[in-house]
Design a protein around this ligand. Structure first.
Ligand code: ATP
Ligand code: MG
Length: 354
C-alpha cells in the first residue's frame, strides 16, 4: 500500500485560535486527516520572538491551542500534534539552513515587514525574530511534507522553504538546478519542494476596521480584533454588534457599501444561506435593510458554528492531564521523524561523524 502523502502546518502559541485560523488553515486540516499523514506544530519558540516578556502566557497558550485543535475536530488518533521546542532536530536544522539564506533576503520578506509594522516592533526586534522564517523552514522540512495548508500571510515563508529545499538538494544531493519542482525527490533530493494549500478565505479580516494605511487588517491574535473559537454566545454578540461596517452609512436607510465591509465578508465566509446573503447585500446597497438586522443574523451564524466546538472544548478541559498526554505522545512521534530527517541531512552534507 502506498504511504499517505504528508502534511505539516501549525500555529504559534500566542493566544487562542480564532475564525481566521479556522477558514485559513484549520478547516482544511480537519478535512485532510483521513487522506494525509498529518503533523501539526505548536510553535512556542516563534511565539517567544514577540512575547519574551510573557513566557508563562506562551506556555499556557500551548495548551489553549491544543484545546482549540481538539475542539475544532483534530483527531489525535489520526494526527500528530507536537511542541516546537521539544524537537531538538528543528533547532539543528535551523542552524544548517541559515547557511543557505542570504541575509538581505530575510529583510525583503513582506510578512516580516508587515509584522514589524502591525505589531509595533519598531527597530527593537531580536535576531531571533528575524531568524524565525528560517526556523519555520526547519519546522516544515524536518517532516518532509508534500503539502502545507496555511493562510495567505504564510506564502513568503513557504517560498523561502522552497528556495532552501532546492538549494539543499542541488548543493548536497547533486540535483540538477533545471529540475522541475515535482521531480526533486525522484532525482535524488532529500527535501520535497512543498506546495501551499490555501483556505477558502485566504486572509480573513479582523472586526476593528482599517489600519494606518487604510486597508483592513487581518484577524490576528496579536491585534485584538478576533472572534475566538472559544468565545461564548454573549461575547460573540458583543463583538459582532460593535464590529466595524461601512463608516459612511450613518442611518439604516442610507445606501451601504458591501465591498470591503467586514459584516459582509463574514456573511459571505460563514453564512451557509447564500440566497439570504445575496438578497440582503442587494438591500444593504439600496438602504432597505439595517446593520442591526444583518448583525443579528451573523451572530446566529457564528454561534451555530462555534457552540459545538465550545462544547467539545469544555469536555477536554475537564481532563487536562489527558490533553498533556496527547501532546507528549505526539511530540515523541514527531521526534522520530525529525531525527531521521536530521541524520539524512547530515549524511548528505558529509557531516555525519559517528
Ligand atoms: P499572531 O498574531 O501571533 O501572528 P496569528 O493570528 O497571525 O497570530 P499564526 O499562528 O501566526 O496566527 O497563524 C497560524 C495559521 O493561521 C497560519 O497558517 C496563518 O496563515 C493562518 N491565519 C492566521 N490568521 C489568519 C487570517 N486572519 N485569515 C486566514 N488565515 C489566517
Ligand atoms: Mg501570524
Amino acid at each position: 500500500m502506498k504511504a499517505k502523502p504528508r502534511i505539516l502546518t501549525g500555529d504559534t502559541s500566542t493566544g487562542r485560535l480564532h475564525l481566521g485560523h479556522y477558514v485559513g488553515s484549520l478547516e482544511n486540516r480537519i478535512n485532510m486527516q483521513d487522506d494525509y499523514d498529518c503533523y501539526f506544530i505548536i510553535a512556542n519558540i516563534q511565539a517567544l520572538t514577540t512575547r519574551l516578556d510573557r513566557p508563562a502566557d506562551v506556555h499556557q497558550n500551548v495548551m489553549e491551542v491544543m484545546l482549540d485543535y481538539l475542539a475544532a475536530g483534530i483527531d489525535p488518533k489520526k494526527s500528530t500534534v507536537f511542541i516546537q521546542s521539544e524537537i531538538p532536530a528543528i533547532a539543528e536544522l535551523t542552524v544548517f539552513f541559515s547557511l543557505l539564506v542570504p541575509c538581505p533576503r530575510l529583510m525583503r520578506n513582506p510578512t516580516i515587514k508587515d509584522e514589524i509594522r502591525d505589531k509595533g516592533l519598531g527597530d527593537n526586534y531580536s535576531m531571533g525574530f528575524l531568524m524565525y522564517p528560517i526556523s519555520q523552514v526547519a519546522d516544515i522540512l524536518a517532516f518532509r511534507p508534500e503539502v502545507v495548508p496555511v493562510g495567505e500571510d504564510q506564502i513568503p515563508h513557504l517560498e523561502l522553504t522552497r528556495e532552501v529545499a532546492r538549494r539543499f538538494n542541488q548543493l548536497f544531493c547533486h540535483v540538477d538546478p533545471h529540475t522541475e519542482d515535482a521531480d526533486y525527490l525522484s532525482k535524488g533530493g532529500l527535501f520535497p519542494i512543498i506546495e501551499a494549500k490555501l483556505g477558502r478565505t485566504r486572509r480573513l479580516v479582523g472586526i476593528n476596521g482599517p489600519g494606518p494605511d487604510g486597508s483592513l487588517l487581518k484577524m490576528s491574535k496579536s491585534l485584538n480584533n478576533a472572534i475566538y473559537l472559544s468565545d461564548d454566545p454573549d461575547t460573540i454578540k458583543k463583538k459582532v454588534m460593535s464590529m466595524y461596517t461601512d463608516p459612511n452609512r450613518l442611518k439604516a436607510t442610507d445606501k451601504g457599501q458591501v465591498e470591503n465591509n467586514p459584516l459582509w465578508i463574514f456573511h459571505e465566509t460563514f453564512n451557509p444561506d447564500k440566497a439570504w446573503v445575496h438578497d440582503a447585500e442587494d438591500r444593504y446597497r439600496a438602504g432597505t435593510i439595517g446593520d442591526v438586522e444583518c448583525k443579528r443574523k451573523l451572530v446566529d451564524v457564528l454561534v451555530a458554528l462555534i457552540e459545538p466546538m465550545r462544547a467539545r472544548r469544555s469536555q477536554y478541559e475537564k481532563d487536562l492531564h489527558q490533553v498533556k498526554t496527547l501532546l507528549r505522545e505526539g511530540t515523541a512521534n514527531a521526534n522520530e521523524l525529525a531525527n531521521q530527517t536530521l541524520l539524512l541531512a547530515k549524511e548528505a552534507m558529509h557531516q555525519r561523524y559517528f
